[in-house]
Design a protein around this ligand. Structure first.
Ligand code: PBG
Length: 328
C-alpha cells in the first residue's frame, strides 16, 4: 500500500460508496429488548433509566405486538416480584410474574416472538444476592444455589420460554440447567449464558429498577474481575462444555476486547449486553445536549457488532428499530 496509488478517501466519496464498502451492519433482528414486568402491575417510569417504563403482563403484550410489527422480535424478561424470601424460591413459582408473562406472550404471538428469560435470584432474595447466603458467614453458597436455579429455568421453560439466560455467575449452573431441561423434555430450549459477566459499576440503574441491589457486600466473589480477559475465556470454555448455545459478554462497550477475543475463539453466537449504565449515560449526556443521541447510540451498537457480537441486548432497541425503518 502506498500513497498516492492507495487513497483511502476514495472509499468515502459518497454515501452510496460508503454503504457499498461498509463492513458492519446493525439490523433489527440482531437486537434483544430487555423489559421489566412488575407483579403489582404498576406502570411507572423507571427513574434511573429515562425513557424506560415498567410493564404489567397486559401492557407487555401490547408493547411487544407493536414492536413485532416494526421488526423487533426478541425480548428478555426481568421480573419485579412483590414478595422476596432468603432463598429466592418464588423465582420458580409457576404463577410468578415472569412465568405468566411468558405464557401470555407465547399464547399471543407463538413463534413470531423470541422470549428469553433472565434466570437469577437477586430480584427474589431478601438480601439481593444472586445465590443462597450462609447466614453465619455471609458467604454466597455456590452448589446449594444450583438446584434453585435449575428450578427457575425449568419453570420458565414450562411456561414456554425459547431461551433461558442464567446471569447469576455461580459455577456449574449451565450444566445443571442443561441436564434438568433434558430430563424434563425441554431439549429445544436454548441456553444463553451470561458467560463473561463482569463485576461492573454500570449495573447501577438496573439494580434500582429491578430492586435487586445487594443489602450487604457486593457481587465481587461471583462476578468477574474487570482486570481479567483470560478468565473470561475460561468461563466461556466451561459454559460451552456444560451445554451453552449462546455466549454473552456483559457489559458491552467497556469490554469490546472480550467480545473480540470470544469471537476469535468460539464458533458459537456471541451476544453482548449494553447494560443500564451504558444506556443511562447516553440518555443523560443527550438530555444535557452534550451529544447527539441517535448518532451516539448507532455508533456504540456498530462498535459492538464490529468487535464481533452477533446479538446485542439493548434498552435502545425500540428507538433503533424506529430509526432503521426510517431508512437512516
Ligand atoms: C441479575 C442481572 C443484572 C443485570 C442483568 N441481570 C444485575 C446485576 O448483576 O447486578 C444487569 C443489567 C443491566 O445493568 O442492564 N443478576
Amino acid at each position: 500500500m502506498e500513497f498516492p496509488r492507495t487513497r483511502m478517501r476514495r472509499y468515502r466519496k459518497s454515501e452510496a460508496i460508503r454503504d457499498l464498502v461498509a463492513e458492519t451492519d446493525v439490523k433489527p433482528e440482531d437486537l434483544v429488548y430487555p423489559v421489566f414486568v412488575r407483579e403489582d402491575g404498576r406502570r411507572d417510569e423507571i427513574d434511573s433509566m429515562p425513557g424506560q417504563r415498567y410493564h404489567s403482563v397486559g401492557s407487555l403484550i401490547e408493547e411487544v405486538g407493536k414492536l413485532l410489527d416494526k421488526g423487533l422480535k426478541a425480548f428478555i424478561l426481568f421480573g419485579v416480584p412483590e414478595k422476596k424470601d432468603p432463598e429466592g424460591r418464588s423465582a420458580a413459582d409457576p404463577e410468578g410474574v415472569v412465568q405468566r408473562a411468558v405464557r401470555a406472550l407465547k399464547d399471543e404471538y407463538g413463534d413470531e416472538v423470541v422470549v428469553i428469560t433472565d434466570v437469577c435470584l437477586c430480584q427474589y432474595t431478601t438480601h439481593g444476592h444472586c445465590g443462597i447466603v450462609d447466614e453465619d458467614t455471609g458467604k454466597i453458597l455456590n452448589d446449594p444455589t444450583l438446584e434453585v436455579l435449575a428450578e427457575v429455568a425449568l419453570s420458565h421453560a414450562e411456561a414456554g420460554a425459547d431461551v433461558v439466560a442464567p446471569s447469576d455467575m455461580m459455577d456449574g449452573r449451565v450444566g445443571v440447567i442443561r441436564e434438568r431441561l433434558e430430563e424434563e423434555g425441554f431439549d429445544d430450549v436454548l441456553i444463553m449464558s451470561y458467560a463473561a459477566k463482569y463485576h461492573s459499576a454500570f449495573y447501577g440503574p438496573f439494580r434500582e429498577a429491578a430492586e435487586s441491589a445487594p443489602e450487604f457486600g457486593d457481587r465481587s466473589t461471583y462476578q468477574m474481575d474487570p482486570r481479567c480477559l483470560r478468565q473470561a475465556m475460561m468461563e466461556m470454555e466451561l459454559d460451552v462444555e456444560e451445554g451453552a448455545d449462546i455466549l454473552m459478554v456483559k457489559p458491552a462497550l467497556p469490554y469490546l476486547d472480550v467480545i473480540r477475543e470470544a469471537r476469535r475463539r468460539f464458533d458459537h453466537p456471541i451476544a453482548a449486553y449494553q447494560v443500564s449504565g451504558e444506556y443511562s449515560m447516553i440518555k443523560a449526556a443527550a438530555s444535557e445536549g452534550y451529544i447527539d443521541e441517535k448518532a451516539a447510540v448507532l455508533e456504540t451498537l456498530t462498535s459492538i457488532k464490529r468487535a464481533g457480537a452477533d446479538i446485542i441486548l439493548t434498552y435502545f432497541a425500540p428507538e433503533v428499530v424506529g430509526w432503521l425503518s426510517e431508512g437512516s
